[in-house]
Design a protein around this ligand. Sequence first.
Ligand code: 2BA
Length: 109
Amino acid sequence: MKLIIAIVQDEDSSRLINEMMNEGFSVTKLATTGGFLKSGNTTLLAGVDDSRFQECLGIIEKVCKSRKQIATSPVTMGGSSGMYASYPIEVTVGGATVFVLTVDQFVKY
Ligand code: 2BA
């Protein structure tokens, strides 16, 4: 069994969960926050059989779109001045960031 951890954009999460559930995958949704943008994203956990995890990855790839976002980056203006300024930067947010872990044991009580 594999554990798929998929960090996706909130906009894609409902459709992704629906498509995964329709194909018989079990999913847990976590409300998470990206460290860089400090805005909300969604992390999905799915325990899937080895024989089906590629199929699950295919659904994630199909549903999740990359988008451009403007982030505000803080910059220090001088060593001793203590002044800060911020400037907008454009970042491309995936798609999906996916980790696949091999599961040692899976039990339900
Ligand atoms: P955030 O950390 O909010 O990052 C959002 C997007 O900002 C990233 O998109 C990337 O395009 C950009 N970004 C992140 N760190 C940056 C940096 N130091 N300098 C310039 N740009 C930067 P994605 O790479 O698609 O990541 C989307 C979200 O997936 C991330 O949100 C984070 O929550 C998660 N993530 C990505 N890589 C990860 C990793 N190696 N471990 C854990 N979580 C990760």
